[in-house]
Ligand binder design. Sequence first.
Ligand code: AMP
Ligand code: MG
Length: 346
Amino acid sequence: MQTELLSVTPEAIQRAGELIRQGQLVGFPTETVYGLGANALDADAVKRIFEAKGRPGDNPLIVHISRIDQLAPLISGEPSPAAKALMDAWWPGPMTLIFPKSDVVPMDVTAGLSTVAVRFPAHPAAQALIDAAQRPIAAPSANRSGRPSPTTAAHVMEDMDGRIPLILDGGACEVGLESTVIDMTGSEPRILRPGGVTPEMIAQVAGSAGVDPAVMRPLKEGEVARSPGMKYRHYAPTGALTIVKGADGAVIRKICDLYDAALEVGNRPLILALEGHLPAYGDRKALSLGADAAGMAHALFARLRDADEIGADALFSEAVAADGVGLAVMNRLGRAAAFHIVEADE
Ligand code: AMP
Ligand code: MG
């Protein structure tokens, strides 16, 4: 299959919408990461997503809508007052809510679960595509399973060339990490996956927000993943990644030591650091993760792909505080490192 790459124009959107209606797949930009979309109400189309990604069949998809009135048919029962408050505050935006599903949503979308994840994306091209398709679009991130999520159309092409007919190019994604996934089926909102809408933002409008304990650690043996995606090794570069935590000066010294030791034994080390710290690493090979936690959210997946491109086999990354959007950054970085985190001594 030939994969076409088109800039976002009204004509390209119409063509993409037609492909979706025909049961085909389209790569498209959102404010979080690029999505791989199919008609959410067509089980055969949805199966193609799993094939193209090599995605395990027990990892459910998010259903994307472009009007609030598209929600009711997808779910069973009424959204709770907390869910309504969250929707009012952060939709359209990088927030996914989980509700009991209705019968119109195929089991292939929810991987057999009785709940459905729904998001109203803010990106104009994503909204225009859903409008053009005239139906909700099921879409996971447009990477091959296990690879970092794509934040540019070129990343989607790397992973999906020859597997899908069309990719819409809308430039780099604004947030850079996947949406916040919040389970709304319990007594209080529960964050299963942190993202651009932070626990602080959720608590502000919904009164309280729990964070699933699996967010900042690997699943224990036999533990059931409430967010099935969390059980897979994710976002991982090919090289072994170590995160170094602690005070700035100690972290920089520790990373320099680890880097030099790796070089000594013939590895190809690489450092991932905040922009302002780069000079402190001297002539060691280092890539910038941006200026702060928001910059890291934006840059992280692209840098992990760059690390593969360079052929780095030992990666050492700085950390950020796990609050605000930093919680999402540390969740993804932690998973990419298989939670291999070392403390730098003072
Ligand atoms: P992706 O869009 O590739 O980031 O994948 C969507 C993620 O949303 C999955 O990995 C799941 O963890 C989560 N998800 C989707 N539907 C549900 C659901 N019904 N219950 C819990 N988590 C879900
Ligand atoms: Mg994904």
